[in-house]
Ligand binder design. Sequence first.
Ligand code: GLN
Length: 492
Amino acid sequence: MTDLTSLTLAEARDGLARKTFTSVELTDAHLAAMERARALNAYVLETPEQARAMARDADATIANGGGGPLAGIPLGIKDLFATNGVRTTACSKILGDFKPPYESTVTTQLWRDGAVMLGKLNNDEFAMGSSNETSCFGPVINPWRRDGSDAKLVPGGSSGGSASAVAAGLCLGATGTDTGGSIRQPAAFTGIVGIKPTYGRCSRWGIVAFASSLDQAGPFARTVRDTAILLRSMAGYDPKDTTSVDRAVPDYEAAVGKSVKGLRIGIPKEYRLDGMSAEIDRLWSQGAEWLKAAGAELVEVSLPHTRYALPAYYIVAPAEASSNLARYDGVRYGARVDGNNIVEMYENTRAAGFGPEVKRRVMIGTYVLSAGYYDAYYLRAQKVRTLIKKDFEDCFAQGVHAILTPATPSAAFGIGEKTGADPIEMYLNDIFTVTVNMAGLPGIAVPGGKDAQGLPLGLQLVGRPFDEETLFSLGEVIEQAAGHFTPARWWG
Ligand code: GLN
């Protein structure tokens, strides 16, 4: 029998429907692969019993001729999604072994459609990071290695466990969240597909909050089609999230394979950074050529406020984080470190429970929101945000359907390579992705090629609000041209 972990999600779905194999077989194959791949540290919690029970249920439903769009499909869940009765930590010590008494809306919808939960996936602590090195469970290892080297590389972050698990065949798809690039950057670093939908497309209810005006959930998978299948189940209006938008969820899969003839694709000149590597430049031109060959029209566009996006993001995101993280006080959730009085207890709990990057964000956020600095920093950053959004709106008003950029400024880097004294080195990873969160737009990362050392590189397509369908159509053109990227197995 073929290795069930190497199927795409769509192939697995079809195989289950034809009864070529059962969900229990498919699930067991993934559980076995997870066991062999513990060196990657992608999962922080495996839930084999729950997985098998869900798989048995799915098999029974399929046998009776029923089953939702994801019936029997094994998935991994980022540890930022609350899972009822199953430990949810955001990979922070401060949540201890918190078991939520509720399920996030996004995961509820995945289970409603028949999916099977394999376990919870590693991420940067509270999703703050670009390399999955700030997790209290330790770093995730990228299944990719440079040619001829066994140096351990990061999978990107913050959804590094999700990306690594999908790339290494430890699930057919995974959930992620993206506040500044946490789906698209790790997808690019691991040679897979990831989409951050429009802000408001997926409910944030039951997802541990980082920066609420930027956070958005989305799927990872090994093909564009598979992410389209997953997004359909994840998306939708939820009255429990006031920012979720009441709009019908289209059949995203139907957009895969649709002609892109006549679509106008913007190439933003401000994304051609000084000192950008020749490899990234080549990848970008190649992507544009592929879209052109498929009948799209390329136009140079200008997004003049691009260079302010990263600094503005690093004011807005920490400001919101400092407010969101105030709830971790040692009383309501997880860990507590006692003190002589209640204030000391708060201080001790937060000092012991938060890692250094989270503390940095809380301090920056508190500073920019404090009286006297609020106008100079926070308010100003909000104004810049409006200008960034307007740049995109102007571009779309000129008839541009989507924008093509590189997903990241480089391929995956080594563990520890960017965790030195200057945090900006790490923050620069998100230079091409944060603008999209600031503007609330959908963005997809699709593998487009490899660097000279054999590591995958990703292209990003940014769309009009709620036009994820065009991104799936364009993404598939790139995928068809670039092919699939599978790491050589070294992890057992
Ligand atoms: N790397 C960015 C940060 O650290 C974005 C993270 C994310 O999208 N969750 O804030």
